[in-house]
Design a binder for this molecule. Sequence first.
Ligand code: DUC
Ligand code: ZN
Ligand code: ZN
Ligand code: ZN
Length: 510
Amino acid sequence: MDFDLIISNGILVTASEVLPAGLQIGIKDGIIACIGKDLPVSSTTKIIDCEGAYVTPGGVDSHVHLAQKNSPTGDGWETGSRSAIAGGTTTILAFASQSRDDASLYPVLEDYHRKSRGQSYCDYGFHFILTNPTDAILQTELPALAADHGITSVKLYMTYDAMKLSDRNILSVLLATRALGMTTMIHAESHDMIAHIIAGLERNSHTAPHFHALARPRIAEDEASYRAIALAELADAPVLIVHMSSEVAMSHVRDAQTRLLPIHAETCPHYLFLLSAALRPSPEDPFSGAKHVCSPPLRHHPSDLTALWRGLQNGTFTVLSSDHAPSSYASPLGKQLGMVDGIPRFSAIPNGLPGLETRLPLLFSQTPACLPPEQAKLSLPRFVELTASAPAALYGLAGRKGSLAPGADADLVVWFPGARGRRVVRQAGLHHGVDYTPFEGVGVGNWPRWTVLRGRVVWDADADVEGEGGGVVGEKGFGEYLKRGRGRVLVGRTGGVPRGMEVGEREFWL
Ligand code: DUC
Ligand code: ZN
Ligand code: ZN
Ligand code: ZN
């Protein structure tokens, strides 16, 4: 075979093993054609010499907010997808958000196609956010949209006035998505607990950014996570609880998994690396804490960080995503919305942090590729599983994305050999559309040297494209829309009997 590209002299990492040195990846027409030794080189074959560095699948970030109406100063497709490839992520799953008054999902889908078409540097798909799950949507539109447009997952909120669903509505969605073999993502925080606390804080004039963390305590995540699991158990439906931030909430997931319920969980780099102290004012800027406002909030205690790392190690978490949901800080329409007439009001600060570009380097830094083995928090295969293969499988892209195997899209990251990729994260070096990073000054042990998407080099850290040392060499519009298949349930199983019910009892009311 005449290969277009051969990735040579790298150490390939899959979700199950670190392969022996000396293997090459042969790429033809954007697909991994074979993995082998001494692959034939023709006059048109390009070769990437990895110089002994690790090669991992291109990142799959399954939780990304781009072009959202509720963050007017956030990232659009162009800047968000550009930052994805600069950080080694080749596939993103972003949200097409239904507003309460949208009676049909078709205009919502068209709107997001319009925002993304021709704009993307990486491949992308959509999840629907459902805020008005009518019978027509659940019974007629979702099946058709899954079959015709490959949208096989939805996200629901238990909090936020504009998005929150009742438990009854959540059950209706779960029963519908279960029948379709779809995965349902749930943002689990107790709306009423939080609303009550915010009202009290405001009554007492406690409105500075750091009160955001106090307003959304761990018990609010704990209660809602347990409730989400109970609803999923009653419906016998697979769910993924998104962006989990704390230990007790995570322990409910663990217990559910022990009972073989199909409960998946996700966490994000900010919950692993940052604490709520970041919401305190800096000496130069009393409002700087607004940069770290996200929900669930950053937590107070290092014990939560330790617990989350344990959850990544022991399989409680199925995926690690960025929850990239940025708003610019300096713009009055961004985070500064929370400064009302010179008085801070944390409840008006748009929630969410940028993190698409830094997700892979931050996590890779905690593997034996960058640390002595006894200090590493994750194995290299587990890094690949959490950041690429598991999200691809859970969301219906298995075999195509997130894998270094023949037949898969040739999406991969070549890291720097040894310590040559060490960096300090700086806003000036990032490619998103917002004006700060919450990881400013954090050291990472490596950075993608090349990102390859469907056989094309789209990021080359040594190219001096923008005169800034490193560059996006891919093209806007090269990223394609992904029609996804049915996802795989990766933990537990469906077909169980809810606790406290007898076999056959559900059938009386289903
Ligand atoms: N919380 C959300 O629920 N969504 C976007 C970002 C965030 O912090
Ligand atoms: Zn959320
Ligand atoms: Zn989110
Ligand atoms: Zn650049």
